[in-house]
Ligand binder design. Sequence first.
Ligand SMILES: [Cu+2]
Length: 374
Amino acid sequence: MAEVMNKELSRRGFMMRAAALGLAVPAVGALLSACNGDEEEEAVSAAASSDDDHDADDHVAAADDDGPSADAVRVAKDPADIPGPIDRSEPEHVLVELETVELDGWIDEETSFRFWTFNGTVPGPMVRVREGDTVEVRLKNADDSQHPHNIDLHSVIGPGGGGYVTTVAPGEEAAFEFKALYPGVYIYHCAVPHIPTHVGHGMYGLIVVEPEEGLPPVDKEFYIVQGDFYTDLRPNQGGHASWDGDAQFREQPNYVLFNGMFAGATGEHTMTAEVGDRIRLFVGNGGPNLISSFHMIGGLIDVLHREGQAEATHNVETTLIPAGGSSWMEFQMDVPGTYVLVDHSLGRAIDKGAIATIEVEGPDNPEIFNPLDD
Ligand SMILES: [Cu+2]
């Protein structure tokens, strides 16, 4: 019985995902159907005819009859919504103002969840400073928050990364300064106990510390942060999902997401580029628990600054991004089409949502990729 229920839920999820994604994004639709086609149908009927009679699966909540929150808004951060490159040759004093906001948002197109955020999005804003800058971080906790919050930036050399001195109750504000000594790309996150619960509600983002000489110019830059979400509902069940602390303890998330929403950066929210563009991705992993096997289907990372290190590695297919870690990478697509970014632990992509797309437009390039008719 439990197996039947799982299969049916999974199939329902597949149908909804196919409807939501496949029509708008043929490449994603093909991916999903390739992994959820007739074989699964056979498995469902085989399970249905079995004599096993287990109780209902206690890992899957019933669909929420009350429906999703009426207040749900889009919290998924647009990957293109980031500050531009640093354009100065001297260090400065930089003010970074962040507000912790708890709000109902869409974790998939049918399901809402109470997110805890920096500035109302997951991830929070990408902060961009220069090596040698003095950074003043001012953290406000919104008046209507239910929990204290703080910020620990991995670019900070100092106790708690700033967490101890920024713990603020609802309606309060705190601030500190730090010197950005080391160029790289770093996670920031809330570190109020119970920390996995705060991070698991979406409280993370990236801070980029550009080297003194800056980063090489590129045509496009995007910002993606993966996170694992522990909810009582599975993707696309519909309704309002609640936090599942037991699932967090067991490290078994129902959602694994780029930018806080199931396939949030696909379809009308896809990233876009032209054939031949140099593209830079800043990719982080907020966790709280899983590591990411970050991969681009049909592409290759030709310049990889693994974990933000100064020296680049070249021609990498899949790169590990630890929980609480990040990388920046560059590549170009010389052939037009849809490129799908995934966590290559593929169940997390296909079933749990860690998918994003880059739509590349421009002339065909048969010398590099040439489908043959015969
Ligand atoms: Cu918090």
